[in-house]
Design a protein around this ligand. Structure first.
Ligand SMILES: [Fe+2]
Length: 261
């Protein structure tokens, strides 16, 4: 079983790169299941729309995860209720619409669980992610409830992400971080068989500040303008991880970082 996880798709450039390249990437790498974080895919770089969601599914993405920007386009509050392939972090308030976990069928007939979580450190308030994870694992077991489990941990700090990786070790196929838009060089299989990378990076323009126009970002950091953030224009690079997993155990055999473009 070969899984592809793609980091945050940023703005039009990120979406265009997916539209242009994903089908051939899936074919040439013989990918069986694809998850991507889509919370920055809207043209403004924040949020997602129903149109974009459908376009991304038609390119071959099976499930879209999100994070702190999930509600930035208000239509998502309604759309997420009827689209179970679009997730929001499980440890957000229960009062909010949508789901943080679901089980999907891969093309080759396996049950793939996808869990979306959001960190607590330097992020907007949400439930304690370790408590939510503990509760989740008490009633969801690899090879019982699903054949594979992919966890997107949307968080700011490397330490919190690494801790969640170890927390799920042996109980998930992959734990991968999103949100910082910078791919980390630490992909590995943890002690008990969970593939891990601190951050998948982004599908966006890298000649930028985390996908946003670098001139505007610099002016804002220098306090000489409060011009609105805009995604950078140009050719986007597609970043993520590819994981080979064992169908008998649901655990990882290997993980490699994926960079295209
Ligand atoms: Fe984010």
């Amino acid at each position: 079983m070969r899984l592809l996880f793609l980091g945050d798709i940023v703005g039009n450039a990120g979406c265009n790169a997916i539209k242009k390249n994903l089908k051939k990437i899936l074919q040439s790498n013989e990918i069986d299941f694809v998850v991507a974080n889509g919370e920055n895919s809207y043209s403004s770089g924040v949020g997602i729309s129903e149109n974009i969601t459908n376009e991304m599914f038609s390119c071959g993405i099976d499930v879209i995860t999100t994070g702190n920007h999930v509600w930035d386009q208000k239509e998502t509050l309604e759309h997420i209720k009827k689209e179970n392939r679009l997730l929001r972090p499980l440890n957000m308030s229960n009062e909010l619409p949508g789901q943080g976990f679901n089980i999907y069928k891969s093309n080759n007939g396996f049950r793939v669980g996808v869990l979306n979580l959001i960190g607590n450190v330097f992020m907007k308030k949400s439930d304690n992610v370790f408590e939510t994870s503990k509760k989740f694992l008490s009633s969801n077991k690899l090879k019982e409830n699903f054949d594979f489990l992919i966890v997107d941990f949307h968080g700011e700090t490397t330490s919190e992400k690494m801790a969640i990786g170890h927390f799920f070790d042996g109980n998930a196929t992959l734990v991968v971080g999103t949100h910082t838009h910078v791919p980390t060089n630490d992909s590995r299989v943890l002690e008990k068989g969970t593939a891990y990378q601190t951050d998948a990076g982004m599908c966006g323009v890298y000649d930028s500040v985390i996908g946003m126009n670098k001139e505007i970002s610099l002016k804002r950091f220098l306090n000489i303008s409060s011009e609105k953030w805009l995604p950078a224009r140009g050719e986007a690079t597609i970043c993520g991880v590819i994981v080979d997993a064992n169908a008998d155990t649901g655990l990882a055999i290997n993980i490699k970082s994926f960079i295209y473009g």
